[in-house]
Design a protein around this ligand. Structure first.
Ligand code: ZN
Length: 603
C-alpha cells in the first residue's frame, strides 16, 4: 500500500453521540516535535469560531503503538513529542452545529467542513493528503451514502472509501454530506451538476422539473457570462432544509446551503413564491463565487493560516458585486421580467437607504473590520455600520451604469469580470489592495478614480437619480407605507408615522423593540432595544397590526403616552411622533423604455 504524506480517516460509530472519530497519520513528522493546529475560522465567513472547542480526547502514538506526549501550545495548536517514525493522532469532534460553517451528526445525517475535522500539519500544509471515509455498521444498516466533490481515489457504490486533496487548503474546501438525502441531477453547458436535499421534505410534492429548469438557466447564464474555460467539471449544491434557516457558503466546486423547506418550489404553486426566488438568488450567489472570490480573490485570502484573521478592503467587490449579480442573473436567465427585476433592485437598494449607519462607516472599513463589526452586529448596527454586501451591490450598480453610459453600451461590469477571470482567476493571481479599482478604470476606459474615492472611502449617498437618468429609469425615495414595507412599488397612498424601530411580537402579546433608529420617535422618547411596550395611551398593544392601526390616526408632532418594561422595571415615556423618513427606494421605468434598452440587455 502506498504511503501518503498525510492521511485522515473519518468514521462514525454512534451518530446519537454526535461524534466524528478522526485519525490523522503523518508519515514524516518534524523530528524536533510536530505541531498540528485546527482552524479558528472557515474561509468565506469572517468570524473567529475556535473550532477546537469541539475537539475531544486528542491522543498521539507512534507507528508501533507507543503513546506520545501531546500538549497544547495555543488554543488551537498542539505539539507532539519528537518521534522518528510516522505519528498517528486520534481524536473526536463533537458535531452539533447545523449550519453551513461547522459540522453536524445525528441519526438522520452527517455533514462536515474540513475546517472542523482536519488538523493542519504545520510545515506540511502544502503536502498531498488523503481522506478515507469509513463505512460503519450504522452507515451500512441505514444505507447512508456520501455527497461530496472531494476528488475520489477508490470508493464503493455509496461513496465510502478514499479521497484525495492537493494540499490542506484544498482539503478544507469540499464539505461532505452523508445520509439518505434526495438527489436532483442536471447538466449545465454539458457539465454535470447535482443538488442534494437533506431534511424532511415531501419530495414528490416538490416541482423538481421547475427547480432543475431554473437552476440550469442560472448556471448556464453565469457560465456564459464568464465564458470558457469553465472553472469546474462538476458542481454540487448541498442543501439542508429546516423550518426557517437561511444561509450559504461557497466552495471550490460546491456550495453548502441551508433554507426553509417552504423556499422550495411545489407542484401546487401557481407562480414562483418570494421564498423560492430568494432561494434561487442564494444559488446564483454562491455559484457566482466559483469565479468571484474562489478563483478571482484578494491576495490576502490566498493560503491563510486560519489561525489569525485576514484583512482586506475588497469585500465590497467580492460580496457586493456578487450580490448585485445574484438578483440580476434571475432577470438575465429569464426568470424575472424587467419590471420585477427593477422592483427587486429597489428593495435591495432600500436595505442601504434604511440604515443611517451608512453615514458613519465606509464600505472599505466595513470590509476591513468585518471580523468585529459586520460579523458581530449588535442592536445598534443600523445606526453604526454599513454592509459591504448591500452598499457593495449599490457600488456595483453605479459602476455598471457609469461604464455602460460612458462607453455607450460597448462595455459593462461584465467586461471587467471577464478580464479578472482571464488575467487573475485563471492564473491564480491574488489581487492587491486597490488593484481592482485601477483595473476598472483601465479596462473600461472611464476614469473612475474619484468615483472610488467617494464610494469606497466616503459615506455620502451615490447620486442614483443622475446615474439612472440616461437609462430612462427614475430613482426616487418615499416613506414607508407600513411596517412591513421593504421598498419598491406600493399601492398605498398613505405614509403613516412609525416608531422608527424594529419590533417583534412576543409570546405574551406585547411588542419588543429589537433595533431603534437614531433621531426617530422611539429613540427620542428614550426607548431602547430590548424594551417591551405594554400600552400606548393606556391601551394594551398586542400586535404589530394593532400598533399600526393606532398610529394611522395620528400626525407628526402628536404625543402618546407609552408604558413599557425595561428588564423587569415598569417605565413610562411620552412618544412625540416624528415625520416619516423617506428611506424606501422606488425605481420607475419610463413607459417608452424598451427591453432592448442599453441597460442589461437580454442576449
Ligand atoms: Zn457571498
Amino acid at each position: 500500500m502506498d504511503k501518503v504524506a498525510i492521511k485522515y480517516q473519518v468514521s462514525l460509530e454512534n451518530p446519537e453521540n454526535h461524534l466524528f472519530s478522526v485519525t490523522c497519520t503523518i508519515q514524516t513528522p518534524d523530528l524536533l516535535g510536530q505541531e498540528v493546529a485546527l482552524a479558528k475560522w472557515i474561509p468565506g465567513s469572517y468570524l473567529i469560531r475556535d473550532f477546537s472547542k469541539h475537539l475531544i480526547n486528542l491522543q498521539a502514538r507512534s507507528e508501533n503503538g507507543q503513546a506520545l506526549n501531546i500538549w497544547p501550545v495555543s488554543t488551537a495548536s498542539w505539539r507532539i513529542e519528537p518521534c522518528a517514525s510516522a505519528i498517528i493522532i486520534d481524536y473526536q469532534v463533537y458535531a452539533w452545529d447545523l449550519s453551513v460553517r461547522g459540522a453536524h451528526l445525528d441519526q438522520t445525517h452527517g455533514f462536515f467542513n474540513g475546517t472542523s475535522l482536519f488538523l493542519a500539519v504545520e510545515g506540511q500544509r502544502e503536502a498531498h493528503c488523503e481522506v478515507e471515509l469509513l463505512a460503519s455498521e450504522w452507515t451500512r444498516q441505514n444505507s447512508w451514502k456520501i455527497a461530496t466533490t472531494l476528488p475520489s481515489r477508490s470508493v464503493d457504490a455509496n461513496g465510502f472509501g478514499r479521497y484525495q486533496a492537493n494540499h490542506f487548503w484544498d482539503l478544507i474546501d469540499y464539505p461532505v454530506e452523508m445520509g439518505t438525502y434526495q438527489t436532483l441531477a442536471f447538466e449545465a453547458a454539458g457539465i454535470p451538476h447535482r443538488m442534494t436535499i437533506t431534511g424532511q421534505v415531501a419530495i414528490e410534492q416538490v416541482d423538481q422539473k421547475r427547480l432543475i429548469e431554473d437552476l440550469t438557466r442560472i448556471c448556464e447564464t453565469e457560465l456564459s457570462l464568464f465564458s470558457e474555460p469553465y472553472p469546474i467539471d462538476q458542481y454540487l449544491f448541498q442543501v439542508t432544509v429546516t423550518e426557517s434557516d437561511y444561509g450559504g457558503l461557497e466552495h471550490l466546486n460546491s456550495t453548502a446551503l441551508i433554507c426553509s423547506r417552504n423556499d422550495l418550489p411545489y407542484l401546487n404553486d401557481e407562480k414562483r413564491t418570494a421564498g423560492y426566488l430568494q432561494f434561487l438568488e442564494l444559488c446564483a450567489h454562491e455559484y457566482f463565487h466559483l469565479w468571484n472570490v474562489k478563483r478571482i480573490q484578494p491576495k490576502a485570502f490566498q493560503y491563510p493560516s486560519l489561525l489569525e484573521p485576514v484583512h482586506t478592503n475588497q469585500l465590497w467587490w467580492f460580496e457586493g458585486i456578487t450580490s448585485y449579480y445574484d438578483g440580476q442573473l434571475l432577470y438575465r436567465a429569464g426568470i424575472l421580467d424587467r419590471d420585477d427585476y427593477l422592483n427587486q433592485l429597489a428593495i435591495e437598494m432600500t436595505r442601504v437607504y434604511r440604515m443611517p449607519g451608512r453615514f458613519k462607516q465606509s464600505v472599505a472599513e466595513s470590509s476591513y473590520l468585518t471580523w468585529t463589526k459586520f460579523y458581530q452586529q449588535d442592536e445598534n448596527a443600523p445606526n453604526a455600520i454599513v454592509s459591504y454586501y448591500t452598499k457593495g451591490s449599490l457600488i456595483a450598480l453605479a459602476l455598471d451604469l457609469r461604464i455602460q453610459a460612458e462607453t455607450n453600451g460597448q462595455k459593462s461590469l461584465d467586461t471587467i469580470l471577464r478580464y479578472l477571470w482571464q488575467q487573475y482567476g485563471q492564473t491564480a493571481t491574488g489581487l492587491e489592495e486597490g488593484e481592482i479599482e485601477r483595473i476598472c478604470s483601465q479596462v473600461s476606459g472611464v476614469d473612475l478614480t474619484r468615483f472610488f474615492e467617494e464610494a469606497l472611502y466616503g459615506t455620502e449617498d451615490i447620486d442614483f437619480e443622475r446615474l439612472f437618468a440616461p437609462f430612462d429609469i427614475q430613482f426616487a425615495l418615499r416613506p414607508a407605507a407600513n411596517i412591513k414595507d421593504l421598498g419598491g412599488k406600493t399601492t398605498s397612498q398613505q405614509s403613516p408615522c412609525n416608531l422608527g424601530a424594529n419590533l417583534l411580537q412576543t409570546e405574551h402579546q406585547t411588542l419588543t423593540l429589537t433595533h431603534v433608529w437614531q433621531s426617530q420617535t422611539a429613540a427620542l422618547a428614550g426607548l431602547a432595544a430590548g424594551d417591551e411596550i405594554i400600552a400606548i395611551n393606556d391601551l394594551k398593544i398586542k400586535t404589530l397590526d394593532a400598533l399600526e392601526t393606532l398610529l394611522a390616526r395620528y400626525q407628526p408632532g402628536d404625543q402618546l403616552r407609552c408604558h413599557f418594561f425595561r428588564r423587569d422595571e415598569l417605565m413610562q415615556t411620552q412618544l412625540i411622533l416624528t415625520p416619516p423618513v423617506s428611506d424606501r427606494v422606488i425605481l420607475t421605468a419610463s413607459p417608452t423604455l424598451k427591453t432592448e434598452s442599453l441597460l442589461w440587455p437580454i442576449k
